[in-house]
Design a binder for this molecule. Structure first.
Ligand SMILES: Nc1ncnc2c1ncn2[C@@H]1O[C@H](COP(=O)(O)OP(=O)(O)OP(=O)(O)O)[C@@H](O)[C@H]1O
Length: 656
């Protein structure tokens, strides 16, 4: 079983991990680790051992902060829990080393579960505060509790042995820890590139969009928090072995700051960076230990913390992306220079237009002159799921109400959407259309009323509940996953169709599934004429193309019900026509669509039924012809003067 992602299905563009580079990196690191004890001085060996020990909690924190976007100020508490549990199991319960080590890791994970269960439901910086609090609780508890040896700590346990050989010098210990760090590194790298890792990044970019594609953000964050604690606990186990005494010092706040510094110096989100950061902080710590007493006679640990603080501030100001950013910039500069030299030596025949050039074409909507591909019946159509026969009720909304204080945004709205049909939801600005969508999709909870999707009540449930059953949406205010490219965004649409979780992701056992989903994402992009920008950064696209990309992302999920919130806003005329043609074809293929749109002419020509909201109230619902001629709609939607409104309607009809 390989620990690296592997698949017999190749990725066409390197969207998925470049295993070759990872393997080269790991092999170089392993060779360095093997050689170091032969060449390093004893002080360098000491730094190297602590680098490996602290690389473990740093890797864990980099997953939590860089990938999941959750700040923890208490990584030292999980490190300490791992160290104390291990030491106690060894010294007080005479447990074998491996069992005590597993005990240390499990105890750290359980503590994380206890803290994470309530805290990860909250948004913002609550986790940072909770972990800070946990850090103080652990520190005070171990200092005051007889069982943990109060200020003296736990000591008197043996060193590890491998095949009867005691690991009793720095060189051996370094080799003893190294395989665990290498494995942790590979597992973490695999995770960042896996379905779960991509989902975590997506949650970090837009929690709402990720939820709306089926990601259970709470559970995913909780899992990565517990995983991060497991890495920290393992680091604590090795620390206990190396130092041979576990005292309250290990749980102090400055240890958490050190680990945080490692991750920030290395570059948030870069697993390699966390290891490099661990080395730099250990060097720095050694340097500050000598430098600070020389500068300030009698200075102790607290002053060292000021040194860390200064470095942290400097890194954040001067190099916010850390070492990772610096190395990547240097690498890009070298490659750029290399390609310039090549170009000067031998001019290439016909340079292909770059994706970036395509994406930044002057046409704001990104439209091209060629005939819209998706409007022709022979162009491929994204798959849809059709759980019901055409005409059966797929979405039933009753008494839906949303109050914001005195404002009634949506007032007792009810309608039924039949499967395989398009329903237009129109109304003047502020009528309550988006609020309705938000309640149907689960983005907000209604004050009253019910939403039934495929016969199940989903009102007040998180968006992933409906999404997993096939309810997908787009957003009026675009929700782009800015940290990835266009195909990466559309791949996330496939989330509900995937199965691989965190463990499979870490073990790299999901390549086939990933590549298959990537292929589907590309096919959807091709069908929507976005294939040329598949590799471009999502946030580099012009507005109109970002909107189309969101539609692609929703379609990639093979929805049964698609909620489109103003999908035509910002699109060029040709793109609107293309989208309208595509929606018709999707409807004919069995997809149910609810469309909020200000382009009334398009809605009237597209929709099978139209519902009209005005001031939160449903004032009309029926076929387009009836709705168009409804006096309430004419007055409420187009103005108070009925004659003028009639004239405008005629104009719209002509346009349609
Ligand atoms: N979070 C909120 N707090 C208070 N009022 C809100 C909130 N969200 C929406 N509203 C109000 O609810 C009403 C309906 O807003 P909503 O955005 O649903 O309308 P809309 O029909 O989608 O408008 P538009 O076509 O301009 O997007 C508006 O009066 C709006 O100001």
């Amino acid at each position: 079983m390989s620990l690296l992602n592997k698949s017999t299905v190749p990725s066409r563009t390197g969207f998925w991990p470049n295993n070759r580079n990872t393997i080269i990196g790991i092999v170089l690191l392993a060779v360095g680790i093997l050689a170091l004890p032969f060449v390093a001085s004893s002080s360098l060996m000491n730094i190297a051992v602590f680098t490996l020990i602290f690389a473990l909690p740093a890797i864990g924190l980099s997953l939590l902060m860089g990938l999941a976007g959750q700040v923890s100020l208490g990584q030292a508490s999980f490190f300490a829990i791992g160290a104390y549990t291990h030491a106690i199991l060894l010294s007080k319960f005479d447990m074998p080393g491996p069992v005590a080590a597993i005990g240390g890791v499990v105890a750290a994970m359980l503590a994380a579960l206890l803290v994470g269960l309530p805290m990860l439901r909250l948004r913002g910086h609550f986790l940072a505060l909770a972990t800070l609090g946990l850090g103080f609780i652990v520190m005070i508890a171990v200092r005051e509790w007889d069982f943990t040896g109060r200020t003296t700590g736990i000591y008197g346990f043996g060193r590890p042995e491998v095949f009867g050989i005691p690991i009793d010098n720095n060189g051996f210990f370094f080799w003893f820890v190294a395989p665990f760090v290498l494995i942790a590194l590979v597992l973490a790298l695999n995770l960042t590139r896996s379905r779960a890792g991509r989902a975590l990044s997506a949650v970090n970019d837009s929690e709402l969009a990720a939820e709306s594609l089926g990601v259970n953000t709470y559970i995913l964050r909780l899992k990565v928090f517990v995983l991060s604690a497991a890495f920290a606990g393992l680091g604590g186990v090795f620390y206990a072995y190396q130092v041979q005494i576990v005292s309250p010092q290990v749980a102090e706040f400055h240890v958490s700051v050190e680990i945080l510094l490692m991750v920030v110096i290395g570059g948030l989100g870069s697993v390699w960076g966390a290891v490099a950061g661990a080395f730099i902080v250990e060097l720095l710590s050694e340097g500050l230990r000598d430098l600070i007493p020389a500068l300030i006679p009698g200075a102790t640990g607290e002053v060292q913390l000021i040194g860390y603080g200064l470095v942290l501030v400097l890194v954040i100001i001067l190099l916010p992306g850390g070492l990772y950013q610096a190395v990547m910039s240097a690498w890009r500069a070298i490659r750029h220079r290399g390609s310039r030299v090549d170009a000067g030596a031998a001019p290439s025949p016909e340079p292909a237009p770059s994706a970036a050039a395509v994406s930044t074409a002057p046409d704001a909507g990104g439209a091209t002159d060629a005939a819209p591909a998706a409007s022709t019946p022979d162009t491929p159509l994204p798959a849809v799921s059709t759980p019901l026969a055409v005409g059966e009720p797929i979405l039933e909304v009753a008494g839906l109400t949303k109050r914001y204080g005195g404002v009634v945004a949506v007032d007792d709205v009810g309608f039924t959407v039949p499967a395989g049909k398009i329903m237009g939801l129109i109304g003047p600005n502020g009528a309550g259309k988006t609020t309705c969508f938000n309640m149907i999709s689960g983005a907000i909870a209604p004050t009253a009323g019910t939403v039934r999707f495929l016969g199940e009540e989903i009102q007040g449930r998180k968006p992933h509940v409906g999404a997993l059953k096939g309810l997908t949406r787009t957003f009026q205010n675009l929700q782009v996953f800015a940290s990835t490219d266009v195909v990466g965004n559309v791949y996330m649409g496939r989330y509900r169709k995937g199965r691989a979780g965190i463990v499979r992701g870490m073990l790299g056992l999901q390549g086939r599934e990933q590549y298959a989903h990537e292929e589907i994402a590309r096919e959807v992009l091709e069908a929507m004429r976005l294939g040329d920008v598949a590799g471009s950064g999502a946030s580099d696209l012009p507005f109109g193309r970002q909107r189309m990309m969101e539609v692609c992302r929703a379609l990639a999920s093979e929805p049964a019900l698609l909620l489109l919130d103003e999908p035509m806003a910002g699109l060029s005329g040709k793109e609107r026509d293309m989208l309208a043609a595509l929606l018709r074809r999707l409807r004919d293929a069995g997809l149910t669509i609810v469309l909020v749109e200000h382009d009334v002419a398009q809605v009237m020509s597209l929709a099978d039924t139209v519902a009209v909201l005005d001031d939160g109230v449903l004032i009309a619902h029926g076929d387009p012809e009836t709705v168009r001629n409804d006096p309430k709609v004419i007055v409420a939607y187009l103005g108070t003067d009925a004659e003028e409104a009639e004239a405008e309607l005629m104009e719209l009809e002509e346009q349609a």
